[in-house]
Structures are given as C-alpha cells and as structure tokens.
Design a protein around this ligand. Structure first.
Ligand SMILES: [Zn+2]
Length: 656
C-alpha cells in the first residue's frame, strides 16, 4: 500500500556534492561536458521541490500527467448520475474518500481497531504467522516482503518471490552503528514508535517501542549471504523451523504456488529462529507497529504527520509531504490503473502520435537488425537467434489493446480505509488466482498514464506508455533529430535488454532458453568489463563513487540504445543531409536531446542512497558516459584530443 521511504538518512549527509552543486557560470562546451552544456541553464533555474528528493524530466512529465488525471477526475465528478460499480463511480468516490480529511479526523483510529484487536488476541506462534500472512494479503504492513514476480532464476516464468524480512529503517547498519547519525536515527525512531503506541492506546508505549527496536535489531543482525533458492512450503517448514510457514502462506494464497523463491534464505532462517526465541508479546508489538505505519496515510492527521516526520523528513530530507490532491491522483491511478489509463489515453494519445512513434520504433529495429547482421564477434547461431528475436519483437505503443475490468470492487465515497483494504484484496486475489505477473500474456505491466518504458522478456515486447510520449522525450511537432535523441534512445535502450546478460535467457517466443554460445558470453563480457572500469572511475563528490558493476547492465543499454537511435535517425534521413535549425545540425540536436532527457537535480541525502542501490548511474554520468564511445558524437561536435570527453578510439566500446 504505502511504501516505506527507503532512502538514506538526511542526518548522514555530508557537504554539498554532486548534482545539487551550483552549475558553472562559464559556458560549458559540449566537447567537455555535454550534460552541463545542455542543462546548465535548466539546473540554474530549478530547485528540488520541498515535497521531492529529486527532480528531473521524468518528474516534469509525471507532474503533467498528474494534472491531466486530476482534471479527468474533476470532470467526472461534475457529471450527474454515476451508476454504482462503473469506472467513473469508482474513480470519483475513491478520490473523494481520500480528500475528505474532516471525516478521517473524526474517525481517528476507528478503522484500524478491528485488525489491532486481532493482533492483540494472538496467543500462539501459529496465530502470529496467520496474522502476518493476513496483513500481507490486505497489503497492510505484512512483515515478509514478497510478490508475484518474474523468476530471476528463470526469466519469463512466474513465481512467488519472497525478497526480505521487512525492517522499517532503511539499512541494516542503522540498527547497529554507533556513530552519531545512526544513534540519532534510532532515537527518533523510538520517538516515532512511542507516538504510534500512545495513539493506539497501549499502556506502556515506551516499552513497546523498545521491544520493536529489539526485534528489528535482532533481524538486522542476519547478514544475507546465501544465494536465492526455491523452496516448497514443506521445505520451508523443515529447513527454517520456528515460524509457521503454512499458516502464513494460506491467507495470501501462497499455498497454491508450486514453490516459493527465497532471495536471502539465511535471513529468513534467522527470522524463523528468532520467532521461537523472542517473546510473543514483542512480536505482537512489532506487527502492530508495521500495520499502523502502513495504514497511517489513510488515517487521521496525527498519525499521518508522525509518519511523514520520521520517514519523510528525518530519513530522506523531504521537506513536506505531497499535497493531498496529488496523493489522491496516485491512489486512484494505482488502484484503478486501467480505468484511469483508458480516459488518459483518450485525452492525450492521438493516432498521429502513434503513427510517428511506430515509424521511429521501426527505424530503431531496422538499425538493430543491420547491426546484429554485421556483428562478426557473435557466433553464427546467436546471431540467428538474435535476428529472430528482433523480427518477432512486439512494440506496445501508448495504450493496451484490452483494458482490465475492476467490476466487483466496491468503492465508497465515505470509506477510505475500507476502499484500500478491498482494493488490496482485489489485487492480491487477481495476482494469486493463477499466479500472474503484470505484463504477462498481453497485459501491460503499468498503466497508459505511466512515465516509463520497459522490455518484457516473457512476451518479447517493449512497452511505451502514453505518459512517456511527451516532450522532452517525444514531441509530435518536433523534428526527428530531437525525437530520435530522446525517445529513440530510450527505445534502443529497452531493445538492448533483449540481447544482454538477462536477455540471453529468453528466446524470440519468450520461452526460457539460453541462446548464447561460449564465444558470445566471452566477447560480451570483455566489452562489459571496459564499461565497468569506465564507470568505476566516476565520482559525484568527495567520498561518493559510482559502482561500475551495479550499473553495467543499464550503461550497456544506454550505449547501445544511443548508437542504434543515431543510426535510426540516419535511416530516417534516407541519404539527405540533416536540416540545420537555429544554427545546429540534426546530429547536434540528436545528442543535445539525449542530454536533455536526463536533466535532473538530486538531493545530497538521496544521492548517497542512489549510489548504493540504483542500477542506473546518476544522470550526468549516463549522458557523458555513453556519448564518448560514439563516433557520431565526435563528428557532430568536432571532438578532439584534449577535449574532456575525448576518448582514444582504442578505448571506445562497441557491442553493436
Ligand atoms: Zn534499462
């Protein structure tokens, strides 16, 4: 339901670093820093808004989509006679139920009393496990985090994937480190927990708070060291005694899965053992704290404010919460995704835009087809497989062909909490009914209103939702250079995921089959190693380092995607010279567009977290790190030895 903000503490922030630093006053040449050359002006005029931890082109688009969806909701609300159970009634009433702050304040903690009583009534470890499973089924702070997902050990297959034992603090070290920031975080966490227990009327809130911290400290001690593994429920019960796994599985329907994929078996084993060892009362307090924290955004102001104060301000540096209306839009868009997406696409996605995007995608695929045909470092067999994969790749553009139906989901204007529970249950049942993952079998992984793009291996499809098909990525009225450097590069990036270290595991039909030969693996890794080395040397500030290893898959996507988009742009010119507009050539506008889509500012606190967890390098490194390998970039701007972005030809990496 509500994601705990997993971000590094504001208290751990050091001096101002990275993207938040003031941009240079001197004009920057594209040969020295393409990112700053294009974005210095934008960076100078933009601050990270108080309710965000970073701000860039993706957020600009998200804001635009949000305004559009809000207008759609308000328009529906003005129409009379909404029939119960129709999408318009569901949309309008779900939104209204969040906006009615006065009613939520009146209700206080009444909506969570029933579930809290269930927790209070727990008398045995079996009941504890069953209640933990129940909270997961209704999306309300269940302690074991898992979901129906693609099996990373068998891409294209669907599995129930258990990822981690939930801790409310962002990092394990926060529970043990003795340096002042970590000590302060724990003190503020205890304050937060005590507020929670006071509010729900527990007799000794301080003792409860300490019990919760003690439980989590114990859980944080287990270091995840074992590789992911598959377990049946019987195996979990036998190999990880102490926790009643079957009782936990039943409420969610996990017992219908053939097996469970467990990401960090050693930490689940430690969890199960701790359940048997620590007092049941401590576990009950722990469950209650998780449940209230997950529910707080849908309750009265006191709990909501306490939650933001700790998880927003203290942990991420976010200065104020998102406006209520913005949260309302996210809520409706999240739970009634296709009902909203359908209206959004009607309003914002035209047949003309679709035709233009189709032509662009066609040229990127064609560029890729030629490049793979010429890639003599690949084995003949792998080249044949790759070409077949390309030939059968499906491009889903703008909106799904079929829309999901939310019939049977009861939404009431005066029952926010009930709405959330019913919607979560509806979603859980839908996923578990046949263990289905979003994106499988013609479904879209996200709504048409989403600002993102995906490659979906099980369907061998790239997905480009209407929400992304806006400037600066795509503009139906802009010249091709701008659209190929923006959207074209994103399309190329996604296609590249079909041919990388993960793409190798699924074939043209989306079936699980490794189509690389030893030669392909060797040659691919040789090239990847050079990128790892390149990105390992990047640093956004003192004490901060980009991880070449963590980001390599995405950096390959950027590099190859940009190259393919550039060739696709050339194809669109069909032998003509690119038009000069405002003194820039098409080739220059292409690369400037690439830099523009990654404009962003990131809070220092959040940048540290980013470097530790994000598979993408920070934007300025993505932009400059890719172009240095492309001969088209050298030609477009006359880059020469001595320029900061010059890289000798022998050090440039080329996959395709
Ligand atoms: Zn990617």
């Amino acid at each position: 339901v509500s994601k705990t903000a997993h971000a590094r503490s504001a208290l751990l922030a050091a001096a101002a670093v990275g993207l938040a630093a003031a941009p240079a006053q001197e004009p920057v040449r594209p040969q020295d820093d393409l990112f700053l050359h294009v974005n210095a002006g934008w960076l100078a005029g933009v601050e990270v808004p108080a309710d965000r931890v970073s701000y860039g082109a993706f957020h600009e688009l998200a804001d635009r989509v949000e305004a559009d969806v809000l207008a759609i909701i308000e328009d529906l609300a003005r129409r009379p006679n909404r029939k119960r159970g129709t999408p318009s009634q569901q949309i309008v009433d779900l939104y209204a139920s969040l906006m009615d702050q006065a009613r939520l304040d009146d209700l206080g903690i009444a909506p969570i009393r029933e579930e809290l009583a269930r927790i209070e009534a727990i008398r045995t470890p079996r009941e504890l496990a069953a209640q933990a499973g129940r909270l997961s089924a209704i999306g309300a702070g269940g302690p074991l985090l898992g979901s129906v997902a693609e099996d990373p050990m068998a891409p294209g297959r669907v599995v129930f994937h258990l990822t981690q034992v939930g801790l409310l603090l962002p990092e394990r070290d926060d529970y043990s480190e003795e340096d002042p920031p970590a000590v302060t975080i724990r003190a503020r966490y205890l304050d937060y927990l005590a507020t929670v227990f006071t509010r729900i009327g527990r007799p000794d809130p301080t003792a409860d708070a300490r019990a919760v911290l003690a439980v989590e400290t114990e859980l944080a001690r287990a270091r995840p060291d074992a590789a992911p593994a598959r377990f049946t429920l019987a195996q979990l019960a036998a190999e990880m005694p102490g926790f009643d796994w079957p009782a936990w599985a039943k409420p969610q329907g996990v017992d219908r899965a053939a097996y469970v994929l467990v990401s960090q078996p050693s930490s689940f084993e430690a969890f199960a053992a701790a359940v048997a060892r620590l007092p049941l009362e401590a576990w009950k307090a722990w469950l209650a704290a998780r449940y209230v924290t997950a529910s707080a955004p849908f309750l009265d102001r006191t709990l909501e404010d306490a939650r933001f104060e700790f998880f927003g301000r203290v942990l991420t540096g976010q200065e104020r919460p998102r406006a209520r209306s913005q949260r309302g839009v996210s809520l409706v868009s999240g739970y009634l995704t296709d009902a909203v997406g359908r209206l959004y696409a009607e309003k914002r996605f035209s047949p003309e835009a679709k035709a233009r995007v189709e032509a662009l995608v066609g040229n990127v695929l064609e560029a890729y087809r030629r490049a793979i045909g010429e890639a003599d470092w690949m084995s003949k067999a792998a080249r044949r497989e790759a070409l077949e994969k390309l030939r059968r790749m499906e491009a889903r553009i703008g909106r799904p062909e079929r829309w999901r139906d939310y019939g049977g989901l009861a939404i009431k204007a005066d029952d926010l909490f009930g709405n959330i529970q019913r919607a979560q249950k509806f979603e859980n049942d839908y996923r578990m009914s046949s263990l289905r993952t979003p994106g499988g079998r013609g479904e879209w992984p996200v709504g048409a209103q989403t600002v993102s793009a995906y490659y979906w291996p099980g369907d061998n499809a790239i997905v480009l939702p209407a929400g992304l098909l806006q400037p600066p990525f795509f503009d139906p009225h802009a010249d091709d250079a701008v659209n190929y450097g923006g959207l074209g590069a994103v399309v190329g990036h996604e296609i590249t995921h079909a041919f990388d270290e993960r793409g190798r595991w699924t074939d043209a039909a989306g079936a699980l089959r490794d189509w690389w030969r030893p030669q392909d693996e060797q040659e691919f890794r040789k090239r990847a190693a050079l990128l790892v080395e390149q990105f390992d040397a990047m640093s956004p500030g003192p004490g901060l380092r980009v991880s070449g290893e963590r980001t390599v898959r995405e950096n390959i996507g950027d590099l190859v995607g940009l190259e393919m988009a550039f060739r696709a742009y050339r194809l669109s010119l069909a032998g003509r010279r690119s038009p000069v507009i405002d003194g820039t050539t098409g080739e220059q506008r292409f690369f400037m567009s690439w830099a523009r889509i990654w404009r962003a500012r990131i809070r220092d606190e959040y940048l540290r977290q980013w470097l530790l967890t994000n598979p993408h390098a920070p934007p300025q490194f993505r932009v400059n790190g890719a172009v240095v390998h492309l001969s088209g970039f050298y030609d477009a701007f006359g880059v020469e030895p001595g320029d900061r972005l010059y890289r000798g030809p022998e050090r440039r990496v080329k996959f395709w």
